[in-house]
Design a protein around this ligand. Structure first.
Ligand SMILES: Nc1ncnc2c1ncn2[C@@H]1O[C@H](COP(=O)(O)OP(=O)(O)OP(=O)(O)O)[C@@H](O)[C@H]1O
Ligand SMILES: Cc1cn([C@H]2C[C@H](O)[C@@H](COP(=O)(O)O)O2)c(=O)[nH]c1=O
Length: 217
């Protein structure tokens, strides 16, 4: 029987550099001869991307209830797992995903205040024991991350989405939520200091990946 692939997630607040580094992680793994599937949450499938559009809509017709927001995140995740993540892992591919369930604990838990026990019920229901093998948490002060985000939005002529419109205390709670998750599972998390130049950030990431790939082979 062929070996199951590995599941790697990138996490962190808005603008810390996750999307930039998903590509870098994929390239590092491909250079090791591995098949890599790159994806993101919410999204990653046609139905998941439709749910993402609902969740991120910057001008919603009516407020989205926090429980509805939570359930939509897991609805997109259920589809993503069934259609993309689990089949890829089963055939031996490595999956590199921009955000996963740690984001739910940080945003819906830390940011929105939903008790983590309620989130854990859905996590167990949808994931049935699956969790990432490695989570790269890109961490930096929220003010500097916000500057990066705003400069990207300016360059690309994009507007703030529904989450990006939140206030500073929401983003602090998200950051605290992520750091608490990392403390609870230090064997799975690698916390990357994301405030440095891209070269320095990527050299931290490369080091973690090389160590993990060697250990897993
Ligand atoms: N280490 C870095 N130093 C300086 N700029 C960076 C660094 N990493 C990424 N950037 C830039 O910061 C901006 C935000 O990066 P990116 O879009 O990858 O963040 P993100 O975490 O995916 O954001 P979001 O959560 O909003 O999707 C981009 O313009 C990117 O080019
Ligand atoms: C998976 C997941 C995501 N979110 C939020 C976090 C971001 O604001 C958006 C996704 O957009 P980005 O381009 O990746 O920044 O969705 C969330 O609140 N909960 C989740 O589980």
């Amino acid at each position: 029987m062929s070996k199951r692939g590995r599941f790697i997630t990138l996490e962190g607040g808005e603008g810390v550099g996750k999307s930039t580094n998903v590509g870098f992680v994929a390239e590092c793994l491909e250079a090791q001869g591995l098949e890599v599937v790159r994806t993101r949450e919410p999204g990653g499938t046609v139905r998941g991307e439709a749910i993402r559009a609902l969740l991120l809509d910057p001008v919603p017709q009516e407020p989205l209830h926090v429980d509805a927001e939570l359930l939509l995140m897991f609805a997109a995740r259920a589809q993503h797992l069934a259609e993309k993540i689990l089949p890829a892992l089963a055939r031996g591919a490595w999956v590199v995903c921009d955000r996963f369930t740690d984001a739910t604990f940080a945003y819906q838990g830390g940011g929105r205040g939903i008790p983590k026990e309620r989130i854990a019920v859905l996590e167990n229901f949808v994931q049935q024991g699956l969790s990432p093998d490695l989570t790269l948490l890109l961490d930096m002060p929220k003010e500097a991350a916000r500057q990066r985000l705003e400069s990207r939005l300016r360059d690309r002529h994009e507007q703030l989405d529904r989450f990006e419109q939140e206030q500073a205390d929401f983003f602090q709670a998200v950051r605290d939520g992520y750091l608490a998750r990392a403390e609870e599972a230090p064997e799975r998390f690698a916390v990357i200091d994301a405030q440095y130049t891209l070269d320095k950030v990527q050299s931290q990431i490369r080091q973690v990946l090389l160590t993990k790939v060697a250990a897993w082979r």
